[in-house]
Ligand binder design. Sequence first.
Ligand code: GLY
Length: 500
Amino acid sequence: MQSALRKALSEIHKSQIMKCRALYAKRLAKLTNHKFKIMFNSEVYKSRREALKSLLKEGVAVFMGNVDSPMNYPGNTLHFRQDSSFLYFFGLDMPGLVGIIDFNEGKDYIFGDDIDIDDIIWMGPQPSMKENAAKVGVENTLPVKDLSGFIEKARISGRKIHFLPLYRGETKISFQEFSGIGIADQPKNLSVELIKAVVSLRNIKDNFEIEELEKAAAIGYLMHVTSMKMAKPGILEREIAGTIEGIALAHGAMTSFPVILSQNGETLHNHDHSQILQKGRLMVTDAGAETMMHYASDFTRTIPVGGKFSQKQKEIYQIVLNANNTATAAIKPGVTYQSIHLLAAKVIATGLKEIGLMTGNVDEAVKAGAHAMFFPHGLGHMLGLDVHDMESLGENYVGYDEEVTRIQQFGTAYLRLGRRLQPGFVLTNEPGIYFIPALINLWKNEGKFKEFINYNKVEEYIGFGGIRLEDNILVTDNGCRLIGKRIPISVEEIEETMTD
Ligand code: GLY
């Protein structure tokens, strides 16, 4: 692109971002004014550990904190992200720590090393381990070298060593070194008891956690409105992706997952940001932020490049929006999220039938799974300290239980959350419709669901892209509410936001 044009566009962006900032700065300031607050008070962590002690009575639970990981050489590390269960019970956002809860003796420990003079020279003075541990109400601190002796003693006295699934190479190796449980044996020695207990606590969000989630949502709002305002023909996708990632870094800790932003929205998680925006195409932005305490937001909006939806785009958009709104209206304690996923699928199949893309009986089509050619993923997942909350502990423990098990059918099988909802759950509601050429061709060639899918008409939509609309929801005592102010979502709101 000619440099004069690029310069002009860049000036327009700057002024749009400034306008957007000015509009939302007040709200953002209100919600993120504790931006230097990086942990709750010590009572929060103490009471979480006490709650765990009331669920497990025997053994020793080991919570592995994360360590720094090299990026391209040992001294140049990836951005540090603490393990979320460690953060939940032990709150300290720094590498190289292990938290222990001894259920038999009712005691808590943090194993970690005080820094030495070299560290002080490079990082400045730091609190001692004792001081750090006191911030989360832990009195007992020991150096890391004492960990294997501690575990050995517990084992000799016949006590169970409880630990959660380990997902990082470095952690698996160090756990092997101090526990003697080899990497290959770790999965079969996990403590399902501990997993279930942790899930039961982390699944229900306290009010102070919801405040953090509101802050994450406020940052997400600014990211998405900025994305809408920047989506002019001629701009590179990565200019927008980079700008909104910067917003997450400037107002919180980081993005809650790598930004998904693409005109090829039919690819569900598209991290390729190399295209130049073209007038008339749809652009999907799926992005969120983590607060300084690592609570996450996760929103998706789909917008027309250039600011105006075509009639064909509006028709599909409205079906997805109806699915989103219908799901939100149905979310309340006592209903299963699996049933809400299927309700959204029916709204999608009904809408597609009305415009001739599907045929036949909607209930039968959804039961058979025909809608999944257009909606091949789940309606949502838990949200909290992880964007897919606690996914490392096992999706089936978090999103399912003895009562509600995963449906093993293409599309619905990807539903991460199916269980019966309870007040305090925070989840995403993210229906979508996609025209995925490879899937359409595959199913058409197989003659799959030809009683429900009008393939001739569907082929007219090859190149359409995809639409996903995602909100974050808190289940309340008698219904639900959105987390954060709703990001513009109706056709009119989107078009207005893109033009002002
Ligand atoms: N929104 C990104 C994800 O759910 O993985």
